[in-house]
Design a protein around this ligand. Structure first.
Ligand SMILES: Cc1cc2nc3c(=O)[nH]c(=O)nc-3n(C[C@H](O)[C@H](O)[C@H](O)COP(=O)(O)OP(=O)(O)OC[C@H]3O[C@@H](n4cnc5c(N)ncnc54)[C@H](O)[C@@H]3O)c2cc1C
Length: 396
């Protein structure tokens, strides 16, 4: 693998950098860099600006309306926009459902839904997990029974990220209760405004509201909203999870956090000595920098060697990305020291910046720290990823 950037790649990086610097609204940038909460409108505004520029689907091929960028260009885009304070592009339509529709969806679904994903006309959410069916997803029990031209869906999904903003949910449902667990599952697209859909918030450790319970009570879903074939949903679900895990590596997030830590190192300790002169801090930061570089190489290798269908290698990305994001959050918290101890969830809101105690909003680092615990759980836990690596890559 050639690790030297070409002139074209440097030009591309400069193009992305300039675009983000000139177009990213300053209020969104400030919220992101201060670790404050982003609202639905922040995501929509940024996505619409990207789309106007032709960058609404950075990971998609041109034939489906995407940018057609190669893996390195995608990575450059992710890292440059994150470092400058841009919100992440929502993964639910772009990196989860979109690729599934391209491979398994009907021509009608592709023509109708893919352009809407690029424009972010529809906010999608992911209805996989259920109480009691997380790692053991194939045991899910939300059922869909055919009735005329509809399926009637009953059950409960949980941990559904940003479902309170969503217009649609892609849902794994059981369509054949008598088949082996993996064989009786289908993938349905459900309009969140359908009668019988109820969303209830789940408050997380940082006091925030990102995740939800979604209740489905006799929800009627047209059979045309089935993706692919009935009872073949497990294949689509696994395909989607591979794409999800690549995105969860969070390289852009890692780079942004490293920038913030390096800025903190430029400050002084209580005794006035520059933190950057302390070999213990320098050692910790250098190790993380090397870890991030290695993650970047791994991401590029996996992307270069895959044919667009991510395989079990993405489990390595998921594990390393989660670990590094948690290490960064831990280091940032340690650097903030006692300033990280006081915490009020209200400090995550944009209009409370003036009231946050401590330097550089250090008091928000504890919220970010507890929030980052999620990275080794969502998208499949670290233990489950290790099982996949053992079984599929090491032949255990
Ligand atoms: C912040 C957040 C956002 C999420 N967003 C979504 C979403 O949008 N949509 C969605 O569908 N889901 C979402 N999830 C759910 C997520 O995918 C599940 O939490 C995850 O798959 C783990 O399932 P579980 O919570 O039921 O834990 P369990 O499966 O009950 O696991 C509990 C513990 O047992 C371990 N364990 C389980 N099985 C094994 C095994 N075979 N070998 C070794 N150890 C094992 C696990 O590693 C874990 O430590 C989200 C979760 C979080 C925390």
């Amino acid at each position: 693998m050639n690790l030297t950037w070409t002139d074209d790649e440097r030009r591309f990086r400069d193009e992305v950098r300039t675009f983000v610097q000139t177009h990213l609204p300053s209020d969104i940038r400030d919220k992101s860099l201060r670790q404050q909460r982003l609202e639905k409108d922040d995501y929509l505004r940024w996505h619409h600006l990207l789309n106007e520029h032709g960058w609404g689907a950075p990971t998609w091929p041109k034939e489906h309306g995407g940018t057609g960028w190669n893996p390195l260009q995608r990575l450059i885009f992710e890292v440059e926009s994150f470092r400058a304070g841009a919100p992440r592009m929502l993964p639910f339509g772009l990196t989860m459902l979109g690729p599934v529709l391209m491979k398994f969806g009907s021509a009608e679904q592709q023509a109708r839904l893919l352009p809407r994903i690029i424009r972010l006309d529809d906010w999608w959410c992911q209805g996989y997990s259920e109480p009691g069916s997380g790692s053991d997803l194939a045991s899910l029990s939300t059922k869909a029974v055919k009735d005329g031209d509809d399926y009637v869906v009953d059950g409960q999904k949980t941990w559904t990220t940003l479902a309170h903003y969503a217009d649609w949910i892609f849902c794994l449902v059981r369509t054949d209760p008598d088949a082996k667990p993996q064989r009786g599952i289908s993938l349905l697209l459900i309009d969140m405004r359908s009668p019988g859909v109820t969303v209830r918030p789940i408050r997380t450790l940082d006091g925030g509201h990102d995740v939800n319970e979604v209740w489905l009570d006799n929800v009627r879903v047209p059979v045309g909203n089935l993706v692919g074939e009935e009872n073949a949903g497990w294949t689509y679900a696994k395909y989607l999870l591979g794409h999800e895990r690549t995105g969860i590596a969070g390289l852009g997030h890692c780079r942004r956090e490293l920038d913030a830590i390096q800025a903190l190192l430029a400050g002084s300790a209580d005794d006035g000595a520059p933190l950057a002169q302390d070999p213990r801090w320098r050692d910790r930061v250098s190790r993380l920098e090397i870890d991030i570089l290695a993650l970047e190489m791994l991401l590029l290798r996996v992307a270069a060697e895959s044919d667009g269908s991510p395989g079990p290698e993405t489990s390595m990305l998921k594990i390393r990305g989660s670990e590094i994001q948690q290490d960064l959050a831990m280091l940032r918290m340690e650097l903030a020291g006692p300033d990280a101890w006081p915490y009020d969830p209200a400090w995550l809101e944009a209009d409370t910046d003036a009231d946050v105690p401590g330097p550089d909003g250090a008091a928000r680092t504890s919220a970010a720290y507890v929030d980052m615990r999620k990275t080794s759980i969502y998208g499949g836990t670290t233990e489950v990823q290790k099982n996949i690596i053992a079984r599929m890559l090491l032949g255990g």
